[in-house]
Design a protein around this ligand. Structure first.
Ligand SMILES: *Cc1c(COP(=O)(O)O)cnc(C)c1O
Length: 406
């Protein structure tokens, strides 16, 4: 089936296939040596203190809630412009998901809106780096920490990304303004393990708790045993003994997937560079185009909260453009249809989460809660961006966009 040039897609090569095959021929398909190796190499690549591999980023977000002890009576604030999981994780643990409006230029959580609308029961802020453009983490963390709340960075769009703050460069996953950071290895993301995710933690105790919860809340280290309540102690000390200390899950990532992850990780710098190259070509090609404007891939905020980035620092997941559908004289559906007729896929990121029927029904959210996010949603479109695109594919996209409305 030819669906044209997709907005996102995996890039796999012979090295990846060989890495997977080697595990398939080995003794351990899961719970083996690839898991620890992937965690170690990933933590090093993103500058994280600790990394815990899990079956997907939704599980990573759920575990983030669990290790921070967030639950009923707590509020968790996130951006409405995100995938459902950034908000669902709060509901998983019985907390109340809530939303804060965005900066109209970036679609990222707006620190001053967060400050202005702060509610005292807020225990955590889930910050999303939309499309791979980093949110202003220093400013958001300042608001959250002044109110005693945790910062979880949902960096599913930004693996390998960097930004500048306080006069130096920081890695997404390796800076001091997030307590926990989540990454996704779904095939549309920048590197893949099929399904997969990573939870990076600033503290050892959070990583330990996440590893325990990832595997049924089971403890196998005899030094940490609490006992089984039997009278004969020899029954409690055998090599077969394990203890369940918490209500956990099976959120493990297999060795097959971790081997693929290690192989993909080696190519991450190349993937990022190719995405930047394609974005650069798009920026040139769409400059001055009427009715269509790429979202800025650079930002500078100076002063005490100096923060910024440019294209050379970004691990871009999406190439988003703001479209003036009125000026083009077409609806979004019509634009998508015309692009599709020329073999060009496109996607919308995202429908504001609080507009989803379950959210409106369960929490009483109404349209108009976050006006900037709703405007952003109505105006943006994501064009194809992934390293498997050939230069010809890139020109096909450019031609199709330039032909819109003609
Ligand atoms: C993809 C994504 C997720 C969920 O990732 P999975 O690995 O599919 O569970 C969460 N948040 C954001 C922002 C994402 O893009």
């Amino acid at each position: 089936m030819n669906r044209g040039i997709l907005y996102g897609k995996q890039s796999l090569d012979a090295e990846d296939f060989a890495a997977v095959e080697a595990v398939l021929r080995s003794d351990f398909l899961t719970c083996g040596p690839e898991v620890e190796a992937f965690e170690r190499e990933f933590a090093q690549a993103v500058g994280a203190a600790h990394a815990v591999a899990v079956c997907n980023a939704t599980a990573a977000l759920h575990l983030a809630m669990r290790v921070l002890g967030i639950g009923p009576g707590d509020r968790v604030v996130t951006s409405p412009l995100t995938f459902l999981a950034s908000a669902n994780c709060a509901a998983f643990v019985g907390a109340t998901p809530d939303f804060c409006d965005v900066d109209p230029l970036t679609g990222n959580l707006c620190p001053s809106a967060l400050h202005k609308n702060w509610k005292p029961d807020t225990r955590a802020v889930v910050v999303v780096d939309l499309g791979g453009r980093p949110a202003n983490l220093p400013a958001i963390a300042e608001v959250a920490r002044a109110n005693g709340a945790w910062v979880i960075e949902d960096a599913c769009h930004a693996v390998g990304g960097r930004f500048t703050a306080e006069g130096r460069e920081w890695l997404t996953g390796g800076h001091p303004w997030a307590d926990l950071t989540t990454f996704s290895f779904h095939p549309v993301k920048t590197m893949t393990t099929g399904e997969g995710g990573m939870l990076c933690a600033r503290r050892q105790e959070w990583a330990d708790a996440a590893r325990c919860l990832r595997s049924h809340g089971v403890e196998r280290n005899p030094e940490k045993f609490e006992g089984l309540g039997l009278k004969t102690s020899w029954d409690e000390k055998g090599p077969w003994v394990y203890e369940m200390h918490d209500l956990g899950y099976n959120y493990r990532l297999t060795d097959i997937q971790c081997a693929l992850g290690r192989s993909q990780l080696k190519k991450l710098p190349k993937f990022i560079a190719r995405r930047q190259e394609i974005a650069k070509r798009y920026l040139e090609a769409f400059a001055g185009m009427e009715g269509l404007k790429p979202l800025a891939l650079h930002k500078t905020i100076s002063g005490t909260q100096s923060f910024g980035y440019d294209l050379s620092q970004l691990s871009l997941h999406l190439f988003q453009v703001a479209v003036d559908f009125e000026a083009l004289g077409m609806s979004r559906a019509e634009v998508q249809r015309q692009l599709s007729a020329r073999g060009v896929g496109s996607q919308v990121h995202y429908i504001p989460v609080y507009l989803q029927p379950w959210y409106r029904r369960t929490f009483g959210f109404q349209p108009g809660l976050c006006p900037e996010a709703e405007k952003f949603y109505r105006a943006t479109l994501s064009l194809p961006l992934h390293p498997s695109m050939t230069s010809e594919d890139v020109e096909t996209v450019i031609e199709a966009v330039r032909e819109l409305g003609r």
